[in-house]
Design a protein around this ligand. Structure first.
Ligand code: NAD
Length: 318
């Protein structure tokens, strides 16, 4: 079994692979990838390497494509499905990492941490101006109650927060069982002190938070997006901050990444991180090991646990 690992992968994951297969670990250019791909039974990527249709077409021996993470925007899944090649990933690897980043942002907003740091470095001592709020007893609105949404709620309970969760596809019983309160989007927008987005980016969720939704929020509310850029309409967020319709925001993801010189940089009450949600040592080790295990399972003819193209799962493991 010959596996190409074409993006940086945790050493722990490479060890898992090397126990059972021959592993080549280098970062090819798109042209190099096209040249070498037919030598390999499997390829494992993160987000740097693109696996387009022509690479899959040329990969005559390709039996599985692994993604050490969740999103598969860089893989032509349709082509892989056509060729009956499973695309496997590691959907839980970064769940906790993203949830902790949400709390980093939430505390930063509540206590003005990013601004306080800037102001102190610039020689100011703005103790009076920077009075914050506690998270305790505040209402957290969670939009998208999947893996990350639920993990955020688990952590929020330690802070003594209350929660309203909106997820049209999550069973109400599941939300109740997790001791959160199920609500509509409007309930979340009108009643939350902190709103955090953990839905997928789809046609339905693109710009789901726009002018009308900001209008419904408390003027003391904070909104955090560590899911995908585009769910919040950045133009509407600009207006909401300009007109003080909300107290502040935090963004880990942007409509265009990197965002260049965003107009949003003019506000002090917004905190930014450059898509760092999954970027922790532990998260990347977990994602690397899981994807390595999934790829090895497929190569040994076993049914993988995490597959993106479910059609292939049904074809190969009916
Ligand atoms: P998940 O699939 O477990 O959960 C997503 C939830 O969104 C599901 O429960 C789904 O029912 C819900 N949903 C779908 N449409 C919705 C709608 N219209 N309104 C409300 N909810 C809706 O996914 P996850 O692993 O929890 O990931 C959540 C988000 O975080 C995704 O957008 C993912 O891309 C993103 N993410 C970001 C980072 C980062 O680095 N910032 C890392 C990992 C994941």
């Amino acid at each position: 079994m010959k596996i190409l690992v074409s993006d940086k992968l945790a050493e722990e994951a490479l060890e898992v692979l090397r126990k059972e297969a021959e592993v080549d670990y280098f970062e090819p250019t798109p042209e190099e990838l096209l040249e070498v791909i037919e030598k390999y039974d499997a390829i494992i990527v993160r987000s740097r390497t693109k696996v387009p249709a022509d690479v899959i077409e040329k990969g005559k021996n390709l039996k599985v494509i692994g993604r050490a993470g969740v999103g598969v925007d860089n893989i032509d899944v349709k082509k892989a499905t056509e060729k009956e090649i499973p695309v496997v990933n590691a959907p839980r690897g970064s769940t906790h990492s993203v949830a902790e980043l949400v709390f980093g942002h939430m505390l930063s907003l509540a206590r003005h941490l990013a601004y306080a740091d800037r102001s102190l470095r610039e020689g100011r001592w703005e103790k009076k101006k920077l009075k914050g709020i506690e998270l305790q007893e505040k209402t957290l609105g969670i939009i998208g109650f999947g893996r990350i949404g639920q993990e955020v709620w688990k952590l929020a309970q330690v802070f003594g927060m209350k929660c309203i969760a909106y997820d049209p596809y999550a069973p109400v019983e599941l939300i109740k069982e997790k001791k959160a309160e199920p609500g509509t989007l409007e309930d979340v927008l009108k009643n939350s002190d902190f709103i955090t987005i953990h839905a997928l980016l789809t046609d339905e969720t693109r710009h789901m938070i726009s002018d009308a939704q900001f209008e419904m929020m408390k003027d003391t509310a904070y909104i955090i997006n560590c899911a995908r850029g585009g769910i919040i309409d950045e133009g509407a967020l600009y207006t909401a901050l300009k007109e003080k319709k909300i107290a502040g925001a935090a963004l880990d993801v942007f409509e265009t990444e990197p965002p260049g010189k965003s107009r949003l940089f003019e506000f002090d009450n917004i905190v930014f991180t450059p898509h760092l949600g999954a970027s922790t040592k532990e998260g990347q080790i977990r994602a690397g090991i899981t994807s390595a295990e999934q790829v090895l399972k497929v190569l040994k003819g076993e049914k993988p646990d995490f597959i993106v193209n479910k059609e292939v799962l049904e074809q190969k493991w009916p």
